[in-house]
Design a protein around this ligand. Structure first.
Ligand SMILES: *Cc1c(COP(=O)(O)O)cnc(C)c1O
Length: 428
């Protein structure tokens, strides 16, 4: 089977005939992935931010089975159903009171496409066709579809190959102030001047609140976000917050924008929405934005085939119920406290540039890029699944990870990074 995979199946951002070994997962339960040989390893990545309750969760399994026996799918054009209505209500209830309209889609990238369409149509429906650009940030990541790529970091991002054919947007310097940094107006100067100079053609600002994820795992000051919100209001520009990674408790707040006590005009959620069971995302917005979009008889021009898939919505409902009825704040605070304490040991290694922790996110930034083919088997030997990228060894474990399991993860990071320092010194 692995041979067939190597020959025929493409994996994320990977060559079509990879030389590195593929890890074969047979099943998964709790925080553990079971490999081909029966070995069980802890998934410290939550399958890319999504599996917050761990794998094979009874409540989520039951929700899926129950919905299967009713209907796994029905078109959403002209038809509606309970799982979607219930999910919309929960999302509206748990997000800022101003967010009252929900658009369901299949993935985080598509939720961003929808957000961009909302922003552009908000202005064009009201007769303002000048506003045709988005102001985004360096080191940002918003997905892999073309609209989403056009607001990802244009140079160091993964999409530099497409630079010439992407919609030309405007980019401000990435937030440079740490979470607890003392505020200095200099941090926002580049953004403020780009907004001031270009606001007439800017439809919206897009940004990942508090944590820039796949573009560099950077954690920044809530005050930065507050000032972005204030400047957007001052210049009459919409604010899109992409919480596809940070949503549903990951940073210690249910949504990361709560750290700054602000709210967006448009909000994207995805990844953990179904507890990692299946692909589902949503774009929420205000009455005011939808009124704008629908001025002069227009409607939002989007409608995926699998919009509001009942099976996915049912699992999302079960996942949110499980989350909201769990002591998630305490759990995440516990993980944060332990990660801060245990990962700080990595600071004693010369190869480590910085250790950063927020909520259930831990980042060890090295002063050189990792060697994935070398590092992955080392982590598996230690019983851990970690997927580093660039110079970042980072984790976002399931919220149910026990303190012993977390220690196993942080110890493995320390050991493997230390060994990597010696290895990479030898090989250069
Ligand atoms: C993962 C991610 C996306 C894209 O979501 P997909 O489901 O992979 O399309 C968008 N924005 C952010 C912040 C993400 O982390």
């Amino acid at each position: 089977m692995l041979e067939y995979d190597r020959e025929h199946i493409l994996h994320p951002y990977a060559p079509s005939n990879p030389s590195a070994d593929m890890t074969f997962v047979k099943s998964a339960k709790g925080v553990y992935l079971e490999l081909e040989d029966g070995k069980k390893i802890i998934d410290a990545m939550s399958s890319w931010w999504s599996v917050i309750h761990g794998y094979n969760v009874e409540a989520l399994n039951n929700a899926a089975v129950e919905q299967l026996s009713k209907m796994s799918h029905v078109m959403f054009g002209g038809i509606t159903h309970e799982p979607a209505i219930k999910l919309a209500k929960t999302l509206i209830d748990i997000t800022d009171t101003s967010l009252e309209r929900v658009f369901f889609s299949d993935s985080g990238s598509v939720s961003v496409e929808v957000a961009l369409k909302m922003a552009f149509q908000y202005w064009s429906s009201q007769g303002n066709s000048e506003k045709s650009k988005i102001l985004a940030f360096s080191k940002g990541y918003h997905g892999d579809t073309f609209g989403a790529m056009s607001v990802c970091d244009p140079i160091t991002g993964m999409h530099s190959a497409f630079e010439k054919i992407l919609h030309k947007n405007i980019f401000a310097e990435a937030p440079g102030c740490d979470y607890n940094a003392e505020w200095d107006e200099g941090y926002i100067a580049d953004f403020a001047s780009k907004l001031e100079q270009n606001h007439k053609e800017i439809a919206a600002v897009i940004l990942e609140p508090i944590v820039q994820g796949a573009g560099g795992m950077r954690i920044y000051s809530p005050h930065f976000l507050r000032v972005v919100r204030a400047l957007c209001d001052e210049y009459g520009v919409l604010l899109i917050l992409d919480e596809v990674a940070t949503g549903f408790g990951r940073t210690g707040k249910l949504f990361a924008y709560e750290h700054a006590d602000i709210s967006p005009d448009i909000l994207c959620v995805g990844k953990a929405l179904t507890g990692g069971y299946m692909s589902l995302a949503a774009t929420l917005t205000t009455k005011k934005v939808m009124h704008g979009v629908e001025s002069n008889g227009n409607v939002l021009m989007h409608g995926p085939t699998f919009m509001a898939n009942p099976l996915a919505c049912s699992v999302a409902n079960a996942s949110l119920e499980l989350l909201l009825h769990s002591p998630w704040q305490q759990r995440i605070l516990g993980i944060e406290t332990q990660l801060k304490e245990e990962l700080s040991e990595c600071n004693t290694l010369d190869i480590v540039k910085e250790v950063r922790v927020l909520g259930a996110i831990g980042v060890v930034e090295l002063n050189r890029d990792v060697d994935l083919a070398w590092m992955t088997p080392k982590f598996i030997q230690q019983g851990i699944w970690i997927r580093p990228f660039l110079n970042l060894v980072y984790i976002m474990p399931p919220y149910i990870t026990s303190s012993e399991e977390l220690t196993q993860i942080t110890q493995a990071i320390y050991d493997v990074v230390k060994e990597f320092a010696a290895y990479s010194k030898r090989s250069t």
